[in-house]
Design a protein around this ligand. Structure first.
Ligand code: 9MR
Length: 747
C-alpha cells in the first residue's frame, strides 16, 4: 500500500501539473479512442481472456475470477487485440479497477499482441477493494496495427476477483512534460565527507555574483561560512551554478547542512564510517547475484530466494546446457556464477572485467601504501564460505571464476580452449521473475576471442592471488589461462555477432587488441615469462593514450592491464614509463574534474552520457586513486575522493545513485527479482547497489516517453522500466566497490 503511493505520486503530481499548466490539447488536434467497448455496457466483446479466467459483464463492468497457483503475471490475462499504435504519438491510457481481496496487483500493458510480445508501456498498481481510476500518458515507440491492451492477473497463490471499467486508450493527446523533483538547490554528498578530505558542493541559482554560505551543525549552529564561486552555465546539466568549497572545516559530525541562497541542503555527515559500510555492501551485492545456490536470509536478511537455474521446474537448469542450434553438439555444466544484471544471463565478457575489478580491489590492498587487506579478509562479508580462512572477497570472486572456467570449450572439440561468449535464455522474459521461476530454454552462444581472453586474463590473475590459499586451484586457473591464451592466438578474430541479442545482451566487441594486451599483462605478472613480456612490449596498446572519457569498461580493457602493470610488482622493462602514463592519464581526469562544477572526472564528447555512465565516472576515479597509490600525491587522492560526492548526491538530480545511501537514493533499479516496484512481496535492490545512471541514448521506451531531448545528467529516471538508465550490473558495482574501498582506506 505504502509502496503503491510512492510509485504513483510522481504521476499524480505530473497530472496535476499538466492540468494546471497546459492547454488540454493543441487546437485542431483530434484525440481518438483506440479501445472498443471499454465501458462494458453491452457485454464483454471484443475482450478476450486466457482459458483459466472466467469473465463476464456485471453491472456495466467486466468482472473476472482469477485462479490461484499460477507462476507469472501473463499466466492469466484479460485483453483486447488489433489496437493501432502510431510511432511518436502520445496516448492517455486509463482504466478503473478493483481487486478483491485487498493486495492484488494488475500488470496493465500496452504491447504487441503477437510474438515477441514487446511491451511498450506497463504499470503494475496494487488494487484496492473499493477501486481506483488509473491514468497514465506514454508515447508509442512503434507503428503497429497489432497492438494489445492487456491486464495480466497471474502470479497469485490464491484465487481472486478482478473488475474493470472505463478502459480507454486515447491517441493524439499532448505529451506531459516530465519535471523531476530535485529538492533543495544546494547539492551535496548526502552520505558523507572525510574529515581530512575535500568538501565541495554545487548550488543551482540564477545569481551571477558570489553568495554567502553557512555550514550548520545538526542543531542549526553555524560552524563555518564563506562565499560561493560563480561558475556560469554548466554543460552537463544546462544549469547556472556556483561551487562551494568548505574543505577547511575538518571536524567530524552528523546531520550537517549547507545553507545558501535561501536553500538548505540535504543533511550529511563528516566522517568515514559510511565508507567502511559501503566497501562491504558494494561487495556483498555479488552474493545476491549468485546463480546456482540458495540465497540465505541469515546472510542477507530480506533477500532469501531459492537457488536459480539448478534444474528444478520450471527452470531448465544450467547443469547440462546445449549450444544454440548449429553451434556445437555437446552440452556443458555452466552452473553457478553471477547473474549479469537485472536479467538471468551470464556473460563471460562482462564477467571477466567484473571479476578483475573485485580481484584488483583485493590486490590493491596488498600493494598500496594505504591498503588494508584485513578489511577484505575472512568473515568480513558473511558469505556461505566465511570462516574458511580465505579472504571473503576472494571467496565471492571465486564463485564467478569457477563459472568462467566452465565456459571453456573442452578438449577434443574444434575450438578447444576458447570460451563461449555467453549463456542465457532463448527469449527475453518479463518482469518480475525470480531466477528459480524462469522457464526458458538456456543456450550456449558461440565461443569468441574476446571471451577467451577475458578468461585468460582473470584466470591468470586468480592464479597469483589464490596461490597462498589453494595451490590446486591456482594451478588449475593458470593451466586454463595458458590454454585460453593459446586458443585466442590460434583464433584471433572470432567476434560475437551484433545481432545475437535475443533473450540476452550481445556484449559484442570487434576490437580485441586491448583484450590481448590485458591477457598478456596478467599472464606476465603471474609467471614473469618472456613470451608474455614480448607480447606486452610489442602491443600498440602498451604506449597508446588510453585514458579518455571512456576509460575502462567491459569493451575497453586496456586500462585494466595498464593499471596492473603500473602497480603490481614486476621486472617489466620500462615499468617507470608505464607508471608515468597512469599519472599523465590521471592529470587529464583531474583537469576534467576541476572544469566540472559538479566535480566528476567525466565529460563525454558532445555531452552524450554513456550507458552506465556512473561506472565510467567511478572507473576514471579509479585511475586517480591508482595515481595516488603510485605517486603519493594528495591531488590524485583528493580527486578520487571528490568523485564519490557526485555519485552520492552532488549532481543535477540531487540523487544518490547507490541504494540505501543518502536521503534520496536510487532504489527501483531494473531487475527481475528486486522488483518491489512491480510486486510489493519482492524487495528493492540491496543496500550498496549502484544504478547505471544518466544515459543520453535513452534506449528503453519508458525513458523515451519522459526524457526526450534530455541534457546529460538529466537522462536518468529511477524507475524499474528504465533498463537503459537504471539497471544495475556486476561490472558497474565492481567500480563502486573498488573506489569505496579506496576511499574507506583514506580515513
Ligand atoms: O552495459 C552494456 C552497455 O555497455 C551496452 O551498450 C548495452 C547494449 O548492448 O548492453 C549493456 O549490457 C547489458 C547486457 O547486454 C545484458 N545485461 C544487462 C546489461 C546492462 O544493461
Amino acid at each position: 500500500m505504502k509502496r503503491r503511493k510512492t510509485a504513483l505520486l510522481p504521476l499524480t503530481a505530473l497530472l496535476a501539473a499538466a492540468l494546471t499548466a497546459l492547454p488540454a490539447a493543441p487546437a485542431g488536434a483530434d484525440e481518438v479512442e483506440q479501445v472498443r467497448n471499454g465501458t462494458f455496457d453491452t457485454g464483454t466483446d471484443p475482450w478476450w481472456t486466457t482459458s483459466n479466467v472466467t469473465a463476464g459483464a456485471t453491472d456495466g463492468r467486466l468482472c473476472a475470477d482469477v485462479p490461484g497457483g499460477t507462476a507469472n503475471r501473463w499466466d492469466a490475462i484479460v485483453g483486447q487485440n488489433d489496437i493501432a499504435l502510431v510511432e511518436g504519438e502520445s496516448y492517455r491510457f486509463s482504466f478503473t479497477a478493483t481487486g478483491s481481496p485487498q493486495g492484488h496487483v494488475v500488470r496493465a500493458i500496452v504491447g504487441l499482441a503477437v510474438s515477441p510480445y514487446d511491451t511498450y508501456y506497463e504499470v503494475s498498481p496494487e488494487l484496492s477493494v473499493s477501486g481506483n481510476t488509473y491514468t497514465y500518458t506514454f508515447t508509442s515507440p512503434v507503428d503497429t496495427a497489432q497492438g494489445q491492451v492487456g491486464f495480466q492477473l497471474g502470479g497469485s497463490a490464491d484465487a481472486w476477483r478482478f473488475c474493470l471499467d472505463d478502459v480507454s486508450l486515447l491517441g493524439g493527446v499532448t505529451p506531459e512534460p516530465y519535471e523531476p523533483d530535485t529538492g533543495p538547490r544546494v547539492r551535496v554528498n548526502q552520505v558523507g565527507y572525510l574529515p581530512s578530505g575535500p568538501k565541495n558542493a554545487t548550488l543551482v541559482t540564477d545569481a551571477t555574483e558570489r553568495l554567502p554560505w553557512q555550514l550548520r551543525n545538526s542543531g542549526g549552529g553555524v560552524v563555518a561560512h564563506g562565499w560561493t564561486v560563480p561558475r556560469g552555465v554548466d554543460a552537463s546539466s544546462g544549469q547556472n551554478v556556483h561551487t562551494i568549497d568548505f574543505g577547511a572545516y575538518r571536524k567530524g559530525g552528523e546531520g550537517l547542512t549547507l545553507a545558501v541562497d535561501g536553500e538548505t541542503s540535504r543533511p550529511f555527515d563528516i566522517g568515514a564510517g559510511a565508507y567502511e559500510r559501503l566497501r562491504l555492501d558494494s561487495l556483498k551485492y555479488y552474493y545476491t547475484q549468485r546463480s546456482g545456490i540458495e540465497i540465505r536470509d541469515d546472510l542477507r536478511p530480506g533477500y532469501a530466494r531459492p537457488a536459480g537455474h539448478v534444474g528444478v521446474a520450471p527452470n531448465q537448469g544450467d547443469g547440462d546446457v546445449p549450444c544454440q542450434p548449429g553451434v556445437c553438439d555437446y552440452t556443458l555444466d555452466v552452473s553457478g556464477g553471477w547473474y549479469d544484471a537485472g536479467d538471468h544471463g551470464k556473460y563471460v565478457v562482462n564477467g571477466g572485467i567484473s571479476t578483475w575489478e573485485l580481484l584488483s580491489t583485493y590486490e590493491r590492498a596488498l600493494h598500496a601504501r594505504t591498503g588494508r587487506p584485513a578489511k577484505l579478509g575472512d568473515r568480513t562479508l558473511a558469505l556461505p564460505e566465511s570462516g574458511n580462512k580465505v579472504p571473503d572477497v576472494l571467496d565471492e570472486a571465486r564463485w564467478e571464476l569457477e563459472f568462467l572456467l566452465k565456459m571453456q570449450v573442452p578438449d577434443g572439440q574444434p575450438l578447444a580452449g576458447m570460451a563461449h561468449h555467453k549463456i542465457h535464455d532463448e527469449q527475453w522474459t518479463g518482469l518480475p521473475l525470480l531466477p528459480s521461476d524462469d522457464p526458458q530454454k538456456r543456450e550456449l552462444h558461440p565461443p569468441t576471442t574476446a571471451a577467451t581472453l577475458n578468461l585468460a586474463a582473470t584466470a591468470a590473475q586468480a592464479a597469483r592471488l589464490y596461490r597462498p590459499y589453494d595451490r590446486a586451484f591456482a594451478d588449475r586457473a593458470l593451466t586454463a589461462a595458458r590454454k585460453a591464451w593459446a586458443a585466442a592466438e590460434a583464433h584471433p578474430d572470432v567476434y560475437a555477432s551484433e545481432s545475437d541479442g535475443i533473450g540476452g545482451g550481445t556484449y559484442a566487441d570487434n576490437d580485441v587488441t586491448d583484450e590481448f594486451y590485458w591477457a598478456a599483462a596478467e599472464l606476465y605478472l603471474t609467471t614473469g615469462e618472456k613470451q608474455y613480456q614480448e607480447r606486452i612490449l610489442a602491443s600498440p596498446v602498451h604506449t597508446a593514450d588510453i585514458f579518455g572519457p571512456l576509460g575502462l569498461d567491459w569493451a575497453r580493457t586496456a586500462a585494466a592491464a595498464r593499471l596492473d602493470l603500473a602497480t603490481v610488482p614486476s621486472r617489466l622493462p620500462g615499468r617507470d614509463a608505464v607508471r608515468r602514463s597512469v599519472l599523465k592519464g590521471a592529470d587529464r581526469y583531474l583537469t576534467t574534474l576541476r572544469s566540472q562544477p559538479y566535480g566528476m572526472p567525466y565529460a563525454p564528447e558532445g555531452n552524450r552520457y554513456d550507458w552506465g555512465s556512473n561506472a565510467q565516472v567511478l572507473n576514471n576515479a579509479v585511475v586517480l586513486a591508482s595515481a595516488y597509490d603510485i605517486s603519493g600525491a594528495a591531488k590524485y587522492r583528493d580527486g578520487a575522493v571528490e568523485t564519490m560526492d557526485y555519485v552520492l548526491g552532488r549532481n543535477a538530480l540531487n540523487i544518490s545513485y547507490v541504494t540505501g545511501y543518502g536521503e534520496v537514493a536510487a532504489h527501483n533499479q531494473h531487475s527481475r527479482w528486486y522488483a518491489h516496484q512491480l510486486d510489493p512481496q519482492l524487495p528493492n535492490p540491496p543496500a550498496g547497489t549502484l544504478a547505471g545512471g544518466p544515459n543520453s541514448g535513452i534506449q528503453d521506451p519508458y525513458a523515451q516517453s519522459l526524457l526526450q531531448g534530455c541534457t546529460g545528467q538529466f537522462c536518468y529516471i529511477d524507475d524499474i522500466q528504465s533498463w537503459s538508465t537504471n539497471e544495475h550490473t556486476i561490472n558497474w558495482n565492481a567500480a563502486l566497490a573498488r573506489l569505496a574501498s579506496f576511499v574507506a582506506d583514506q580515513a
